[in-house]
Design a protein. Structure first.
Length: 111
């Protein structure tokens, strides 16, 4: 903003310098969600391994490890994803299990 001032009969120009600083807001990364398979007494182990390979791109060895964790501990982590990806994977697994007449349950929880 510029203003004209009279001082001692002379016009002098003073300038107010205003500095506008952009406020930097740190955006948090989106919350991540664990996708978990839950153990049941009816779904065959081979089917669980195939689900882990198909929907989570796990190697046969890694899929077998996760399946054994589900079997022994009641649940196992299939992967960690953003909310929409996790929700999609949960629905894909549940739908696939239902199509094959298995009660396999898949859930997600915030990491």
């Amino acid at each position: 903003m510029k203003q004209a001032r009279l001082s001692n009969g002379m016009a002098t120009r003073q300038r107010e310098d205003t500095v506008l600083e952009a406020k930097r807001t740190k955006t948090k990364p989106p919350p991540m969600f664990k996708v978990l398979l839950l153990n049941d007494d009816y779904t065959p182990m081979d089917f669980v391994v195939s689900v882990l390979q198909r929907f989570f791109s796990l190697s046969r060895e890694r899929a077998t490890q996760v399946m054994l964790k589900v079997h022994r501990e009641g649940m196992g982590v299939c992967g960690i994803f953003p909310r929409d990806v996790a929700a999609t994977k949960v629905e894909q697994v549940k739908s696939y299990a239902k199509q094959h007449q298995h009660p396999l349950q898949c859930v997600m929880e915030e990491n």
